[in-house]
Design a protein around this ligand. Structure first.
Ligand SMILES: Cc1cc2nc3c(=O)[nH]c(=O)nc-3n(C[C@H](O)[C@H](O)[C@H](O)COP(=O)(O)OP(=O)(O)OC[C@H]3O[C@@H](n4cnc5c(N)ncnc54)[C@H](O)[C@@H]3O)c2cc1C
Length: 386
């Protein structure tokens, strides 16, 4: 059984501002990914961080290679898992292959316009996630975008969807442009070896994988890790929709006045139009993000942008009613999961492994967040890791 060490006393453990002190002041001896009192809530968003909120990229020469916990993926699930681990005193490192953090909570600038081009909004119906969102709202990192009678408040990131990710990363050791190629468990030292494309090998006692499930399974397979058959079959059955995004710069504000510029459609090529200008993401230049339906995506995945983007624009024109100045495409190989795992995270307590992410906990940002928090909680809950 894995044993964990929250409030690590090793002198080399990076201290995270006030968080450890707050643990003591609150009289809490436990590990609180899902805080449930006012006092505990202060733990979740009052830790020290760089004033810029920009993620820390350590000097290569001084990079540490041995950790208590390594998290693969700097999307919302990985960053929340790493935040909880770090605040509990675990020496934690996050690796992501991307140039920035946030994963599918992505904001991009093109032709002076700004686009949220992955996740458009998030919900916070689960009390465990709402506590984090409340604090982010207090800090000005998120705000309600629009309200729906069926699905409640839809939050947006401020200034864009990557805002929260950048904020969380400010407190963490995050190494971007680090593509993990293989993870292997070494029984003798009871440690994970995490190999990256640049031949770096980091080691850790605990490992949290938060890439889309097929990618996490591929990393384990490359390291000859044997996942129990029943769980493996269940994990392998989690598929994902793909999505094509058209990022269009407009010559004027769109006609999407309802819901502050958010429109869901059914059937046809387009399933979503989001007005980044009305949303507040692109205050200087009007722009819309258009997402394709799964059917259109599959028919047009390998078709050239010059052919498929005009089709999406044409379908969006009656709603947008403005001229398109320029348009760029983006293909998302994993947008939303089809199916889900039987629990919020896959945990192997013996080997200190968690597989988390939106594929495990019902999809979307909220599910990914719950999954990451669950993974950290479960791995840490094993007691004192030697
Ligand atoms: C087009 C689109 C629209 C969406 N709209 C919404 C929406 O409106 N509302 C909503 O709630 N959700 C939406 N979603 C879904 C939402 O974005 C995801 O559910 C959520 O962001 C997933 O978070 P995650 O942390 O699980 O995964 P990710 O955000 O995908 O993070 C995983 C990270 O792992 C990294 N990674 C992968 N492989 C490796 C490797 N080998 N080495 C290192 N790093 C690796 C990736 O770079 C990535 O940053 C949308 C998604 C897409 C694509």
């Amino acid at each position: 059984m894995h044993r964990f060490f929250y409030l690590h006393t090793n002198a080399s453990t990076p201290r995270v501002g006030t968080s450890n002190r707050l643990f003591t002041e609150c009289g809490t001896s436990g590990f609180l990914p899902f805080p449930n009192s006012t006092c505990e809530r202060h733990l979740i968003d009052r830790a020290g961080r760089s004033s810029s909120g920009v993620h820390h990229v350590p000097d290569k020469a001084n990079e540490q290679t041995e950790f208590d916990c390594i998290v693969v993926g700097a999307g919302i699930s990985g960053l929340l898992a790493a935040t909880v681990m770090t605040r509990a005193g675990a020496r934690t490192c996050v690796l992501d292959k991307g140039r920035g953090v946030g994963g599918r909570m992505a904001t991009r600038r093109r032709d002076r316009a700004v686009f949220d081009h992955g996740a458009q909004f998030f919900t916070a119906r689960d009390e465990r996630f709402l506590l984090w969102v409340d604090d982010w709202q207090e800090l000005g990192l998120v705000e309600p975008w629009y309200d729906s009678p069926h699905s409640g408040v839809h939050y947006r990131g401020v200034p864009g969807m990557t805002g929260v990710a950048k904020y969380l990363a400010g407190e963490l050791d995050v190494r971007t442009e680090s593509t993990v190629t293989r993870v292997s468990y070494h029984e003798q030292g009871k440690r994970w070896h995490i190999e990256s494309a640049d031949s770096t090998i980091l080691t850790s006692a605990l490992l949290v994988l938060t890439a889309p499930v097929p990618q996490s399974l591929a990393l384990l397979k490359a390291g000859n890790f044997v996942t129990p058959e029943r769980e493996l079959e269940e994990l392998k059955s989690i598929g994902y929709h793909r999505c094509i995004a058209a990022l269009a710069v407009l010559d004027a504000s769109s006609a999407l006045t309802e819901c502050n510029g958010a429109l869901k459609l059914r059937g046809g090529p387009v399933q979503w139009i989001g007005d980044n200008y009305r949303k507040g993401v692109s205050p200087a230049v009007p722009s819309v993000t258009i997402h394709s339906t799964p059917a259109f995506t599959e028919e047009n995945w390998d078709v050239d942008d010059s052919v498929r983007l005009p089709k999406l624009l044409e379908a969006a024109t009656p709603y947008v009613q403005a001229n398109v100045v320029s348009c760029h495409g983006h293909r998302w190989g994993f947008s939303s999961p089809i199916g889900r795992f039987s629990s919020d995270a896959y945990i192997d307590p013996e080997r200190g492994l968690a597989i988390a992410g939106d594929g495990l906990a019902g999809g979307r940002v909220e599910g990914a967040a719950i999954s990451g928090l669950t993974a950290a909680s479960e791995l840490a809950g094993g007691g004192n890791h030697a």
